[in-house]
Design a protein around this ligand. Sequence first.
Ligand SMILES: [Zn+2]
Length: 419
Amino acid sequence: MNVDPIFSRADMMEENSSIRLKKFLLKKRIVQLLYLEGNKSIPDIGRATGMSIPTITRTINELIDEGLVLDNGIGASIGGRRPNLYLLNPEARYVLGIDMGRFSTRISILNLSRQIISSDGIIVSELENDESIVEKIFQKAKELIANTGIDYRKLIGVGVAFPGLIDAKSGMSQTYKNFSDRPLSKFFEDKFDLPVFVENDARVMALGESYFGLAQGKENVLCLNIGAGIGLGMILNGKLYRGNSGFAGEFGHFEVEPEGKLCICGKRGCLETVASGSAIAKRAQIDMANGMISILGRLTDETPDRIDAETVVKAAQLEDQYAIGLLSEMGEQLGKGIAVLINIFNPEMIILGGKIGMAENYIIDPLQLSLNKYAISRIKRDCQIVTSKLREKSALLGAFALVIDKIFEDLKEYPNNKF
Ligand SMILES: [Zn+2]
């Protein structure tokens, strides 16, 4: 896609005219500044961009005419006349966020203040076997767009959190065969006719945490996405780490139980087979079928198949001894793995997210005990273990950041004063 989705096509048509290009880039830089830092006065914007007050005033007026910027009235005085403040119009553009899981997909529309403005679009479908899932997502997205009443032309892009291995060079899925014959973004671009950016789900979640969650302003943070599997998104030295081929973070697939259960990756006894949301749900299902006594029975109408990770967490919150014990064992197993991560990366924070993040202290307390046993205590002391405050929104917010980041990418080539 060559057309910049923030501005009209006309702005880009004369890209070869250097004055038009400079004007376009300055507008974009101002939009970026207001997006990242919120309200700004004309002198603030002048200082940040290195441009003159008359140029900024003229450009701001054009952005107001285009509906991208709002005049927010008078700001606080810092001596002298109080300046007018300007802000980005949150309803000027929208992003579609798609969080795809192995068993279900969640779709939301976000405005420029990254508020979710639509209801949740949930599709329950098995990614591996469903050829038509992209069409289903497209239909659901259209439904959400129609319900919110927004103009499709105001959508600037689609961010997709996708599970499994994604080849960084080709953009193709290496995990889901029904998605492996062309770049993942193409599957969606063909339907949506919008720029689409796809990234591994744990990394998208880390991006969400780093922009809007507990990892904000931190340089070295590891985010665990514990749901059907166990994913790892890493912010290292302030940047999202992808690894050589884009496959970094396959933390769920190292052996903790020799000759253990068969894993989705084809090996046996991976951490994912004992400490993921799916693993504990499966164990509870088997135990219930074998007569275990627990609140889980009441929560699921005595139907083992209905137990999922969220039900186990819910039972623990109701002080069910069985569920607390299960989460405790899971925390201990996770701790063995996390100890290795702490020893290798010396992170300042580890964020537990995904469905199991809601278990909070039921999982953090046993995990800490396990870390006392397995991590080097001096390194562990500097690392906070927390559960995500963004919860299930972290991937949608990360998908939003993925789109916005790409849209402002061209500004990196133009330092201030060069607009
Ligand atoms: Zn595995």
